[in-house]
Design a protein around this ligand. Sequence first.
Ligand code: ASP
Length: 448
Amino acid sequence: MKVAKFGGSSVADAHQLRKVAEIIRQDPERKFIVVSAPGKRSTTDFKITDKLIQLANAQENGKPTEEIVNTILQRFRGITAELELPSVILTEIEGTIRTVLERNETAARKMDALKSTGEDSSAKILSAYLQQLGLQAAYINPKEAGILVSNEPGNAKMLPESYAKIHALREKEGIMVIPGFFGYTLEGELVTFSRGGSDITGSIVAAGVKAALYENFTDVDSVFTVNPTIVNHPKEIKTLTYKEMRELSYAGFSVFHDEALIPAFRAGIPVEVKNTNNPEATGTRIVSEKKETEKCVVGIASDTGFCSLYVSKYLMNREVGFGRKLLQILEEEGISFEHAPSGIDDLSVIIRESKLTPEKEDNIIKKIHELLNPETVTINRDLAMIMVVGEGLMSTLGVAQRAATAITEADVNIEMINQGSSEVSMMFGIESEGLNRALNSLYRAFFA
Ligand code: ASP
């Protein structure tokens, strides 16, 4: 059996949902279906999840909510009407959203509960539509499915206890449509994953039911070697390993949630990224191992929005506990770090810029001076990270040199290089301003 997950654009409207139903109908092995909330129908459109977040914030801040509720319901009304589904479906969707709004609970709980109604409604609609087409299909709530998660609102992690219960779903007859993006704590509280988290649900279900394949349907034919909004018509990736995909999706490859691979990977289930709008295309296959090919670099990922905290002190290398104390200062401010390249007397810690508010920045700098007595402390904002990714990278001579040359030829200064800490990637830190030039030049060097 297969698990098929359909992303936001695949369930954005009735037209897309018809394609989804056709894809499900074509292969009887597609037994477990995971759906996102309706996404954008065009580039100027909105995502239901964004509207639901807006709704939660409006209520929290005492602002009017009715107009937002109506905008959300209008989308679902359009879908159910066009698919000619019974009106009770819409009544149920509206009832769920309004009940959550009326509940008296913490802002974080309400936020998660409202966000979950997007995928929940998608799943109810799709299962009803499949039934209408004469297929045996049922909506399965994540609680019933056994998706157990940690109690971290908006950022849940899957609990390993999930698998046993999910495995039991194999015994059920027919197609099961499960909403993605949320699960329940052991105490029964609803909690969502981080944004884009329906991919994680799909992966957990695939691992739980020991599926033969996890298909992830989006709106692109495959994963590209580099961001297609930056480089024109880049080559497609046919096969890549979990490790490579993990590195690529971490740094800006938005096709797949970076946390979603682990469950499928551990269970050894191959993943295929496919296109709802062109299901015949081969797509991209993600596997544990691949044959050695002549290409050691499979893709080049990039992301902006980083900053570096640079600390230097003479003889840092001999000061026991320096690194720990520095990281502890960040920990006290609730900041996690992404990379930490270091030298003999210097240490840089790379942080997502969004985590470092000006207030936290002041506290951190003050504490570093007090506790570590360094010569220099600087924070450098507006950085972009480029990851050159490939399994064979470490064993191939000259990759770093080729990459560095390409970046330099684009007239971009390399602020930082981190090579060797990951087996499959090489990281370059540059100023965001030079990102497009650097990527185009790197693409020419490795793929053209
Ligand atoms: N709907 C959620 C989001 O937009 C989750 C998902 O689509 O995977 O983040």
